[in-house]
Ligand binder design. Structure first.
Ligand code: FAD
Length: 400
């Protein structure tokens, strides 16, 4: 019988695995179970707020995967039956597998913030951390706001999807305010004392958005972790007891691995999924690969670039198993670009190798690089061009 490869989640990670396996081994049955008919990429979705990208340009269907013979099932995977090797869907159907890959992304911990809920996020205080209707809601709220209004953004502790994402979003919202509503302000409340690409971001805040962005990190005196919101009053409250009202409130809540991975027994007490660094096989649930945002990938951040990199290694591992070959040693890579102003992009990244730390398997960074303050406009424009090329390539590999 043909080997059956089932992938849960048709995003950056899952799409990559399905595409590579089906292309390289056409004589396999590859199924992707994806709850949404259209994928809206979170990556580059912040550009919409700055006016540098249309919302529609983030949307991609699954015809490309279907065209090469992948069975894309629009539906929700509810449970994994490991003894029977089947995935159960919410419509009651089941799909059998020989190889199973989970790439479900993240779920939100709505209960971590008093007064917040999925309902509040959908209607009043969008997180827009899953690109889609909430991206459009947040943009519409910014457009409806008076000049002189206050936008409040809250940022959680690590780990969460896309570590530099909130600060890129701050730049893009501030760019919109600067060009359309110059008397307005953006207040950031951050549960952390420091963050990714901080020096270059802080330079951008001063250079481009002086007097607009007000960054409040957590320090010894102030705990700026937002613990409560009031959607009627449009207020947020920090752990230190500071209460602030916004005309627009963007709450980025704490997160966990996608629920289906937790239910499958892949997550530990942290809510994220430990993996074996050499092939992203779950360290807890034997026989299930877990990739992308859902995983604890040690030094590797949660990004689409990372998920794509995990996906390539897992595709190689599955192909080797099918062909009876030995898998090649895994190497991973990540780059996260952030747009801070027109054609000014900063980046951070590294290569990653399976190794050991404190006697335990560990995915460690080497040859790391990061953008610094004071770089030339030319270099930043080259980063910008690179980021657009990357977007094209990852969509081509994961979704077309
Ligand atoms: P996803 O791409 O989220 O895919 C998961 C898929 O699984 C989803 O389509 C979901 O519908 C589906 N799913 C989940 N559960 C089920 C289920 N039970 N049944 C069926 N389907 C299910 N990364 C970068 O590399 N560069 C960037 O510039 C960048 N910018 C970002 C900006 C923002 C604002 C945000 C929020 C994120 C950004 N990211 C960026 C991060 C990037 O979007 C994620 O890291 C990446 O999408 C992770 O891929 P994944 O496959 O793990 O999950």
């Amino acid at each position: 019988a043909k080997p059956r490869i089932v992938v849960v989640g048709g995003g950056a990670g899952g799409g990559t695995v399905a595409h590579i396996v089906k292309r390289q081994a056409p004589d396999t049955n590859v199924t992707v179970i994806e709850k949404r008919a259209i994928y809206t990429s979170c990556f580059n979705s912040n550009h919409v707020f700055g006016g540098f990208r249309t919302f529609q340009s983030l949307q991609h269907g699954y015809d490309g995967l279907r065209k090469i013979g992948i069975d894309v099932v629009t539906g929700q995977a509810d449970a994994i039956d490991r003894p029977q090797k089947r995935v159960r869907l919410s419509d009651g159907s089941a799909i059998a597998y020989d190889y199973l890959v989970l790439s479900p992304g993240i779920s939100y911990r709505f209960d971590a913030i008093g007064g917040y809920s999925a309902e509040v996020a959908n209607t009043v205080m969008p997180h827009a951390w899953t690109a889609g209707p909430q991206t459009q809601l947040l943009m519409a709220q910014l457009e409806a706001m008076d000049d002189g209004g206050v936008v409040v953004m809250t940022v959680p502790k690590n780990p969460y999807k896309c570590p530099p994402g909130p600060y890129e979003r701050a730049c893009m919202i501030a760019h919109y305010l600067k060009t359309h509503k110059p008397r307005s302000k953006l207040l950031l409340f951050d549960a952390k004392p420091y963050f990714s690409k901080q020096a270059a971001f802080e330079e951008a805040f001063r250079k481009y958005y002086d007097g607009i962005i007000d960054l409040n990190l957590t320090n010894e005196i102030d705990d700026n972790n937002v613990v409560r919101v009031d959607p009627k009053e449009m207020t947020v409250e920090t752990a230190s007891g500071l209460k602030v009202r916004g005309a627009v409130v963007n709450v980025i809540p704490p997160q966990t691995a996608g629920q289906v991975a937790i239910d499958a027994g892949c997550a530990d007490a942290s809510g994220w999924c430990p993996i074996q660094p050499q092939n992203f096989m779950s360290a807890q649930a034997e026989g299930i690969y877990v990739i992308g945002d859902a995983t604890i990938a040690n030094d590797m951040p949660k990004s689409a670039y990372s998920a794509n990199s995990h996906g390539r290694v897992v595709a190689g591992d599955i192909l080797a198993a099918i062909n009876g070959d030995r898998a090649v040693p895994a190497r991973y890579r990540n780059t996260c670009w952030s747009l801070i102003a027109e054609a000014d992009t900063i980046k951070i990244g590294a290569d990653y190798e399976p190794g050991q730390r404190d006697g335990k398997p560990y995915l460690q960074a080497r040859d790391a690089f990061v953008s610094l303050p004071g770089e030339s406009a030319q270099l930043r424009r080259r980063n910008y061009d690179e980021s657009l090329a990357w977007y094209h390539d990852i969509i081509a590999e994961a979704l077309n």
